[in-house]
Write a new protein. Structure first.
Length: 90
């Protein structure tokens, strides 16, 4: 990313994707249908969708208790925080 504006656009778009995927996965779980793999959800979070995923966890109460999932999720958030810290320091 060259600018903060570009990064924020990516975060917004990927967050919308993450929110939609969490909603879809929650709906599939309630209906007993095939689920979205956790690795796919984590990939979207890593690509910048973690704010939308965090919101979905709070609003939909989906993937918010599963300990192993939360560990990976918060590691992804930490990677993003470290990336921003590095970017601002340079």
């Amino acid at each position: 990313m060259r600018t903060v504006r570009e990064a924020l656009i990516v975060y917004a778009l990927m967050s919308a994707v993450a929110l939609a995927m969490y909603w879809s996965d929650k709906r599939r779980a309630l209906r007993g249908r095939r689920r979205i793999p956790e690795v796919t959800l984590h990939a979207v979070e890593l690509a910048g969708g973690w704010p939308g995923a965090w919101l979905a966890q709070r609003v939909l109460h989906h993937k918010s208790i599963k300990r192993g999932y939360q560990i990976v999720f918060w590691m992804i958030v930490a990677v993003h925080a470290a990336g921003w810290a590095w970017w601002w320091r340079r």
